[in-house]
Write a protein that binds this ligand. Structure first.
Ligand SMILES: *Cc1c(COP(=O)(O)O)cnc(C)c1O
Length: 396
């Protein structure tokens, strides 16, 4: 059944940036007229604010989230033949960073409720060649870091957080980015703090690692034209930092809006009686979820049919991720096959991300859930369920 309701985009970055348009343009103009385009005072200011926001001692800007992961592994001396334990259910950059250093990604299955790496599987995957553990805080909530930190300590391994999707997420009151040796962030426009191009950030509490990261992002050069180590060119552009300096003070408001949107979905779905067909995302105990994605799980092999229905109804959705990394062609020589990581493969086959961006409206969310209800011939949600019950909260 088709229902005539508004179209809803998966993401509308222009809507979220709109209120700050003049301020962002003014910040960009200052960079254009100032003439310092790489690093510089805007980047230093962002690094300071970012360190404070993530409860970290140091923050180091770089060119992208992908480079952040690469630099973190380099700073932890990961190289040829080392094994890096990570989830397969993540964005490609998590694994490609290790691969590019000649290290081997060792893929471990996820917990099917949080979609994050299963610490039990990490313990089993340790070998004498293991050098680092690289958990990902997928969709906006932290991986189960406490057991991972213990495993890392017991085996003298580096622990690196891929926090690209989790800026502002917390575990037991501690922020993502401060939960491991190094934290990696991305300012890709679809992330919770998005720039207007590529950008990334590293966080650490170790002065030695901060120094190493600073060296490595600039060709290992110190002083100028004297190279202590072979680094890479991965600096943050001033213009991106200027944009992000305008946006960072608003991040908590946007996070609160994402949390409110997640609550609205919960109320809307509760009216449809779809519990057997649609599983809603779960927030783990002790977590502050920042909802980079709102990912539902569709049982009965109907995910792709539902997605097609929503596409027809002009509701934007996405599949994160249709092919888990252990099944990617480029990693075929690692020897994983279908069935190697069952929870990961099931998630890849069943999950669907719905719109959750801060500027999403109640009526739009009502339209999303109504179209899903129509697909199943279920009860339609009321518009009242999308009305806000409480003022915007500032934290979990
Ligand atoms: C986005 C993302 C990255 C890479 O960030 P870029 O800035 O796009 O290079 C790495 N890991 C995860 C989990 C991501 O979601």
């Amino acid at each position: 059944m088709m229902v005539d309701l508004p179209a809803v985009p998966l993401l509308d970055v222009c809507r979220d940036n709109d209120a700050l348009g003049d301020e962002i343009l003014a910040a960009m103009e200052r960079v254009v007229r100032g003439g310092q385009f790489v690093l510089g005072p805007d980047v230093r200011r962002l690094e300071e604010q970012f360190a404070s926001y993530t409860q970290s001692s140091f923050a180091i800007g770089c060119a992208s989230g992908s480079d952040a992961v690469l630099l973190a592994l380099m700073a932890c001396d990961v190289g040829e033949g080392d094994e890096v334990i990570m989830p397969s259910y993540t964005f490609f950059a998590t694994a490609s960073a290790a691969w590019r250093l000649g290290a081997l990604p060792v893929f471990v299955d996820i917990d099917p409720h949080s979609y994050n790496i299963d610490p039990g599987g990490v313990q089993e995957a340790i070998t004498p060649a293991t050098k680092a553990i690289l958990p990902v805080h997928l969709f906006g909530q932290c991986a189960d870091m406490q057991p991972l930190a213990k495993i890392a300590r017991d085996h003298n391994l580096a622990l690196i957080e891929d926090a690209a999707q989790a800026i502002g997420a917390e575990l037991d009151g501690r922020r993502a980015g401060s939960l491991a040796d190094v934290g990696c962030f991305s300012f890709y426009p679809t992330k919770n703090l998005g720039g207007m191009g590529d950008g990334g950030m590293l966080t650490t509490n170790s002065e030695a690692l901060a120094d190493r990261l600073q060296l490595l992002r600039g060709h290992g050069m110190r002083p100028r034209y004297y190279h202590q180590q072979v680094g890479i060119n991965s600096r943050l552009d001033s213009i991106q930092a200027a944009v992000l300096n305008v946006k960072l003070p608003h991040l908590e408001t946007w996070t609160a809006a994402r949390q409110q949107n997640a609550d609205r979905y919960g109320r809307l779905f509760a009216e449809c009686g779809l519990e057997d067909d649609v599983s809603l995302p779960q927030t783990q105990g002790g977590c502050r979820h920042v909802w980079n994605q709102y990912v539902i799980r569709i049982s009965g092999g109907r995910r792709d049919a539902l997605r097609e229905h929503l596409t027809q109804a002009k509701v934007g959705t996405e599949i994160y991720y249709p092919v888990p990394l252990h099944r990617q062609e480029c990693f075929s020589e690692l020897g994983y096959r279908d069935g190697s990581l069952p929870h990961t493969e099931q998630a890849a086959a069943e999950t669907l991300a719905l719109p959750i961006f801060p500027g999403l409206s109640g009526p739009e969310q009502h339209a999303v859930v109504s179209q899903i209800a129509a697909f199943y011939g279920a009860a339609m949600p009321t518009l009242e369920a999308a009305e806000d019950r409480a003022p915007l909260r500032r934290s979990a």
